[in-house]
Structures are given as C-alpha cells and as structure tokens.
Design a protein around this ligand. Structure first.
Ligand SMILES: [Zn+2]
Length: 94
C-alpha cells in the first residue's frame, strides 16, 4: 500500500490524486499545476502511476503551444489508446 501522505513539494500524494482529473483537464491555476508537476517529479509513489500521465500532458501542452489545433486524427488515436488502456475487456453477458 503506497503511502499517500507522503509530502513532496508542499503537496501530499492524496492531494495530487484529488486534483489529477482537474490537472488533466487544464482547470487548475499555473501555481497549482507547477506544484503538482514538482510533486510528480520528486515522488516515487506518484512517478509510478502519475509520471506517465504528467509526461503526456506536458507533451500535449507543448504541442498545443506551437499548434493551437491538435490534429483530429492524432487526437482520435490518442483517445482510442487511452480507452484501450483504461477500459477492461467486457466479460459480462447482458
Ligand atoms: Zn506522491
């Protein structure tokens, strides 16, 4: 069981987890985003599961800064990949 009370860069893991969806949606202020990124960079717990997410977000943000519109097909394939990774294969019969 990971220690979710680990304090790194002024945030605890549980705080980062609580804000992760808002973080991904870009709804947080820049100070909060910086704090979360600093936590992710310095926390082994979060680096295991959150680090990859943070890298994807950072990549998207830097791409977006150069090109305001993300290629629709690239966005579609990214979404499909995420869904494949997240959704478990349906095994129930209805
Ligand atoms: Zn953490």
């Amino acid at each position: 069981m990971p220690d979710l009370d680990r304090l790194v860069a002024g945030l605890r893991c549980r705080d980062v987890l609580a804000d992760l969806s808002e973080f991904l949606d870009g709804n947080l202020g820049s100070e909060r985003v910086s704090a979360i990124q600093a936590h992710l960079a310095g926390c082994d717990n979060c680096a295991r599961f959150g680090g990859n997410v943070a890298e994807i977000v950072a990549a998207l943000r830097s791409e977006g800064a150069r090109a305001p519109r993300l290629d629709a097909s690239a966005l579609g394939s990214l979404r499909a990949r995420l869904q494949q990774a997240i959704v478990t294969p349906a095994s129930h019969d209805d």
